[in-house]
Design a protein. Structure first.
Length: 386
C-alpha cells in the first residue's frame, strides 16, 4: 500500500470553512497523483481499460495560486453580523464564507472582495442581491495583467442612487459593470456605456487574441489553458491536408489554434451565442478556414451537411454529461484520430467504453490541473483506430 502523503498547512486562513477549495491541506504533487489515480480507476472500472494498455501523459500544470479568472461569488446580508458578506459558499451548509481576500482568484478579482462588501453594504438593495459573477480578461499578451468585469444579480429594480454608486465603483476600479435583473438574457452593461461588451485572452504561441463576454464559458486557468491548447494540437498530429471536426467548440478556444495548422476546421456548438463569438474571433484573427455552426449535439441529425462531410480528425470537449450521443456519428465518419477533452472522468470512461466497442483504441491519457487544490479533474485522452 502507498502511504498517505503528509498533510501541509493550508495557505488560506479560511480553508477549513470555505467551499472554494478542498485540497490545500495536500501537497500539489500528491494532488496530481490522486487525480491521475482516479482517472485511471474510472477507465479501468467503467471501460475495462487497464493502465498498462495506454501511455500516461505528463500532467498539464500551471500556477497553484491566483489562477482563477472566473467565479460566482455569493452575497448575503447577515443581520446578526450587521454587514454584507461576499465570497464563496461554505463547505457545509448554505452560508457565505467570511473572507477579505482569496488565494485562488486571479489578481484584479481577489482584491475586490473587501471593497465589494463595503459597496454592497451601502446599497439600498443590499438584501436583494444574491450573487456576483466575476471575470478577468488579459490586457497584455505576455502578462496576465487583468481587466475585470462584474455581473451583479439583483432580484428587485435598483434605484438611481444604487445605480450611481455601482457606476462610481466601476470607474474607481477601472472595470466593466453589468446587471442581471432576470435570466441570462437580461444581462446588460451599465459601465462603460459604449464599446464592445468583451474581455479578451491571448494564446501567444498561436498569435491569437480571443474575445469573450463575461457570462461566456471559458477555461478558468489561463496558464493551464495555454498549455492544454498546445497539447491538444500536438496530439492531433495535424498536417496541411487535415480537416478537423470540433464538437462542443465553444468560442473557438481549440478550433482557432487548430485552424492555423490544417486545411480547415468545422466547429459545432449548442449555444448560438458562443457560435457567434467563435465566428467573431475567427474574423478578428484572420482565419478563413474555420466555420462554426449551431446544432444540438444530443439530438444531432446525420443528414445535416456538416455531419455528412469527411473529417480526418475529431476533437471532443463536452460538458460534464459527456458525449455519448456523438459516438455513432464519430464512428460513422472517416476520422482515425480522436482527442477527448473531459471535465468529468466518469463520463469520459463511459464514452471510452463505447468508443472501444466501435473500434477506437485508447492510446494515451492524462490530467490537466485546471483547478488546483480541488477534487475537480480535467483530462485529455487520445483515441485511434486502424
Amino acid at each position: 500500500m502507498t502511504p498517505a502523503p503528509d498533510p501541509v498547512t493550508p495557505r488560506c486562513a479560511v480553508f477549513d470553512v470555505c467551499g472554494g477549495c478542498s485540497r490545500q491541506d495536500m501537497e500539489s504533487g500528491a494532488q496530481l497523483l490522486e487525480k491521475q489515480s482516479l482517472l485511471q480507476r474510472h477507465l479501468r472500472e467503467t471501460a475495462g481499460i487497464e493502465p498498462e494498455s495506454y501511455e500516461l501523459l505528463p500532467p498539464v500544470t500551471g500556477p497553484q495560486w491566483n489562477y482563477r479568472r472566473k467565479a460566482r461569488l455569493a452575497v448575503r446580508m447577515v443581520r446578526r453580523k450587521g454587514r454584507v458578506l461576499v465570497g464563496f459558499r461554505e463547505k457545509r451548509g448554505n452560508y457565505v464564507t467570511v473572507m477579505d481576500d482569496c488565494e485562488v482568484l486571479a489578481p484584479g478579482l481577489a482584491e475586490l472582495i473587501r471593497p465589494l462588501r463595503v459597496l454592497l453594504d451601502g446599497l439600498a438593495a443590499r438584501e436583494t442581491i444574491p450573487q456576483i459573477e466575476v471575470a478577468a480578461g488579459e490586457a497584455a499578451e505576455h502578462r496576465f495583467r487583468p481587466e475585470a468585469a462584474l455581473v451583479l444579480r439583483h432580484l428587485r429594480p435598483l434605484d438611481p442612487g444604487d445605480l450611481h454608486r455601482l457606476t462610481e465603483f466601476a470607474v474607481r476600479w477601472k472595470l466593466q459593470m453589468y446587471l442581471q435583473p432576470g435570466g441570462v438574457d437580461s444581462v446588460h452593461r451599465i459601465y462603460p456605456r459604449y464599446g464592445p461588451e468583451r474581455l479578451y485572452y491571448h494564446l501567444p504561441e498561436f498569435g491569437l487574441r480571443l474575445a469573450f463576454h463575461p457570462m461566456d464559458f471559458l477555461q478558468v486557468n489561463a496558464a493551464v489553458n495555454r498549455r492544454a491548447v498546445r497539447l491538444v494540437t500536438d496530439l492531433l498530429a495535424l498536417g496541411p491536408e487535415d480537416h478537423v471536426l470540433d464538437l462542443f467548440c465553444g468560442l473557438g478556444n481549440f478550433s482557432l489554434p487548430i485552424a492555423g495548422r490544417c486545411a480547415g476546421v468545422t466547429g459545432i456548438e449548442g449555444s448560438a451565442d458562443l457560435v457567434a463569438r467563435a465566428e467573431e474571433n475567427a474574423r478578428a484573427n484572420g482565419l478563413e478556414n474555420a466555420r462554426f455552426l449551431t446544432a444540438d449535439l444530443y439530438r444531432w441529425n446525420t443528414e445535416a451537411p456538416w455531419a455528412a462531410q469527411a473529417y480526418t480528425r475529431v476533437l471532443l470537449d463536452p460538458p460534464r454529461s459527456g458525449a455519448l450521443e456523438t459516438v455513432p456519428l464519430i464512428a460513422a465518419g472517416g476520422a482515425r484520430r480522436l482527442i477527448y477533452v473531459s471535465c468529468n472522468p466518469e463520463t469520459l470512461a463511459r464514452d471510452a467504453r463505447e468508443l472501444a466497442r466501435r473500434g477506437f483504441h485508447l492510446k494515451s491519457a492524462g490530467v490537466m490541473d485546471m483547478f488546483p487544490h480541488t477534487l475537480h479533474i480535467e483530462a485529455v485522452a487520445l483515441f485511434e483506430r486502424p
